[in-house]
Design a binder for this molecule. Sequence first.
Ligand code: NOJ
Length: 536
Amino acid sequence: MNAHTSVPHATRPWWESGVVYQIYPRSFQDGNGDGVGDLEGIRQRLDHVADLGVDAIWLSPIFPSPMADFGYDVADYCGVADIFGDLDQFDALLEAVHERGLKLLLDFVPNHSSTEHPWFIESRSSRDNPKRDWYIWRDPAPDGGLPNNWTSDMGGPAWAFDAHTGQYYLHTFLTEQADLNWRNPEVRKAMTDVLRFWFDRGVDGFRIDVMWHCIKADGLPDNPVNPDFRPEMGEKFMVLQHHSANQPEVHQVAHSFRQIADEYGQRLLVGEICLPVEQLVRYYGDPDTPGVHLPFNFQLLDAPWNAQALARIITDYEAALPPGGWPNWVIGSHDAPRIAGRLGEAQARVAAMLVLTLRGTPTLYQGDELGIGRVTIPPDRIRDTQDLRQPGLGLGRDGSRTPMPWDDSLNAGFSATEPWLPLNDDWQARNVAAQGADPSSMLNFYRCLLRLRRDCKALNCGDFALLPGDHDVLTYERREDGQRLLIALNLTDQPRKLIIPADATVAERLLSTLTSIGGEGVLAPNEGVVLRLESK
Ligand code: NOJ
């Protein structure tokens, strides 16, 4: 048995037993009839979030922005984009969130700003401008070419030439997103002020965008060429990001964020970090220099869907966690293909049961609670710049960003006008109202699962142990205060044996992914169950 024990906490921080729900503001609810979601719309739909039974909302960026990357190109870190509302509407939203006992996290984008941010406008105005060094500027190579071989994650070189000052600036993402220079103390101070601005307003934490990119290697040496590169991967993968990301000094940056969060007490920092597990867990920091509370664990997003692979991922991840490091699991996001599109609806239920019964904080993504699958975006409606600038590679993210379907009225109740992206094709049946009325729907399954998780300490903070199961059944136990729960997930569309630990009997079947369940000792095809055990 492979056991992982949760350290007992007298006062556990809220996020350890909590569930985070990501809202993509453009696509949640349009409150002013322009076809794009906004803060007022989110406020109007908060009951959906509260009824679902999650604990915290993370909002993708809401700040003023030219929207080249839909808000991940920030032009003012301390404001609200007109398209989303204003600071008064933000305050009203925050109050309404707190009234419902929920928490609110914002998206902090420290690696880069928009090239329309006043800081960058100043920086590019002349080589001796005081803000020149706030961004990463370099002379052309001696032959007039690029300063080094780094490629942008959005395709093409990571450098853009500024004819006015005769230098290149670095942009890890779009040319409209210039990388800030985190080695400059004034940048650190300015960003510290940003965190304080929002903490002082009452936000409960931040998701921190691409934090492993914040510091680059001194001297900006060429990255090693990727020997396995294939064009269909996208130009990002032409080189290995050895020098352009994940530098040792980034942990000081993480620690500086943590110090500010800790000053405010019980504020959560979630780091977006896409690295192999052994490097990912370093972002928890050390006891003396703690980093973020939760470095996002994205492994389920593309895990091979079989029990052996999942067991290995879980075991390796748990084993890699530093003492006191609290695990977390992500099942969807605005960047990843929809889970129901990847696995089909039946296994998407199993995936929901997995993510909500593993040890650690789950992050859910809006619309997954309805089982929205793959949405095909007609070419003339593609909006994602990552897709538009590298067409034909299938890198588009619009399919996961389609508007929430609320009911079967005009535009699914999302907006009075044509939404900025098309709806899911099956919105007339797959919407919140229809699923709310159907006891066997995905939505009601999510609600039951979240209620169960909230009610059972064994699920939200208990110990975890993998158990042997039938072929392609992922089986594990969660325990707390004498409560024993068995979770058995049939990852196939064939019946499988349900194996109960020899020292226990089944006292109660608490939840199944299916309404008609397998018989005694059997899991039906695609069935996942949560069982209460009694020790013999
Ligand atoms: C990660 C965000 O999730 C993604 O949407 C964005 O394009 C990049 N960071 C750049 O900010």
